[in-house]
Design a protein around this ligand. Structure first.
Ligand SMILES: Nc1nc2c(c(=O)[nH]1)N[C@H]1C(S)=C(S)[C@@H](COP(=O)(O)O)O[C@H]1N2
Ligand SMILES: [Mo]
Length: 371
């Protein structure tokens, strides 16, 4: 495979059509169908997936979770022991840091997300802080490392998928070790038997198929922590770690699509536009505006009871015949607003630019015949 890579083990950015490799990744890692943005909790099987390597098959009967390193009492917990800790449920909107990567004119060869790498689930499990308390994390520990069972290569580096949290983040009361998703046992593709849930952050920290938790006395140097998941403007930029979600909104596409092109047709008259909006770290969405051909209108927002779950927005549109550009733009309670265009990042991370759809309002049959 080495002939694929430039000297620095990095593939050159691409423009234009998707490669076979990108399509292959897209077939493995599904996104949400935007019409299901109608649901507070994403319906089963419709939560997006991002699996870097192969899905590992772990035997729940023999699986145990070691909690090691700088702890007073090293533990090895089978699932039934983890299920004895107080049980917490958190409804959390998760988004992949690479969501929107395909929106960059020059894109990194990676999973070519357009806008669909987002979903909301009700996760149930033990609080990480309760489990760490039983082990007794020592004062000299600065980070806690979570390692998954999946293994592979990235940029020539052989590793298991692993991420760390600072000692402080690891003791945040909202971080879970989840064994259920939407009141069902955690599906294999979402990390069975156990995964981390870090509400308010981009997806990469939610390590799946956990095989160990280790407290260490230095910053974790694993590939997915130290090399990947940094915002970088140039290849040599040391970068800034990717952390919490950025304010963002999406629209459920109105009308009906053409099967192949996804071009959309809407009946004239009153049309309800609806969608979702969220931000990072549990910061509430303050407002969502809808743009109709560049003119902005306020929408009605309905907040979810969980501060980590997306809000719904609604707007009644009087659709007139013709071609229309529909957009939505969210602002959060800290005044963060979505940019008009993607802000450049080497890896295509953190693209929260405004979502825009084109629709044709009018006589569907003649429009399709002319298309
Ligand atoms: N072990 C492991 N954990 C992982 C990943 C992975 O590839 N392996 N992908 C991460 C990334 S980048 C994202 S966006 C989320 C996706 O979680 P989901 O597939 O359950 O939606 O899982 C994270 N946890
Ligand atoms: Mo991701």
């Amino acid at each position: 495979v080495n002939h694929l890579f430039a000297e620095n083990n990095k593939l050159p950015h691409r423009q234009g059509d998707y490669s076979r490799e990108e399509v292959q990744l897209a077939n493995r890692n599904s996104g949400i169908a935007l019409e299901l943005l109608t649901h507070d909790v994403t319906p089963p099987g419709m939560h997006y997936l991002l699996n870097h390597f192969d899905i590992p098959v772990l035997d729940e009967a023999t699986w145990t979770l070691p909690i090691t390193g700088l702890v007073n009492t090293p533990l090895s917990l089978p699932l039934h022991r983890l299920q004895q800790f107080p049980k917490f449920l958190k409804t959390v909107t998760m988004e992949c840091a690479g969501n929107g990567r395909a929106g960059f004119e020059h894109r990194k060869p990676s999973m070519p997300w357009q806008v669909e790498a987002v979903g909301t689930a009700a996760w149930t499990g033990a609080r990480l802080m309760d489990v760490l308390e039983e082990a007794g994390v020592q004062e000299k520990a600065v980070e806690v490392v979570f390692t998954g069972a999946d293994r592979g290569f990235d940029a020539g580096v052989d590793h298991h998928f692993a991420r760390s949290l600072s000692r402080e983040q690891a003791h945040d009361q909202d971080v879970l070790l989840a064994y259920e998703m939407n009141d069902q046992p955690l599906p294999i593709q979402h990390g069975a038997p156990l995964r981390v849930i870090v509400p308010g952050w981009f997806g990469m920290g939610n390590v799946k198929w956990l095989t160990s938790i280790e407290a260490i006395d230095r910053p974790f140097e694993g590939h997915q922590q130290a090399a990947n998941y940094h915002y970088k403007t140039t290849p040599d930029d040391p970068g800034i770690p990717v952390t919490h979600l950025r304010v963002k909104s999406l629209m459920a596409p109105p009308g009906v699509p053409d099967w192949y092109t996804r071009r959309r047709f809407v009946e004239p008259g009153q049309v309800r536009l609806t969608g979702r909006a969220w931000s990072g770290n549990g910061v509430p969405v303050e407002k969502v505006e809808v743009g109709i051909d560049g003119k902005w209108h306020p929408t009605q927002i309905r907040r979810h009871e969980s501060r980590y779950a997306w809000s719904q927005w609604n707007f009644e549109w009087e659709a007139e015949p013709g071609e229309h550009l529909l957009s939505c733009c969210a602002t959060d309670a800290e005044g963060n607003m979505q940019p008009d265009a993607p802000v450049w990042d080497q890896s295509g991370f953190g693209n929260n630019s405004i979502h825009t759809l084109q629709v044709t309002v009018g006589n569907r049959k003649s429009e399709i015949a002319n298309a």
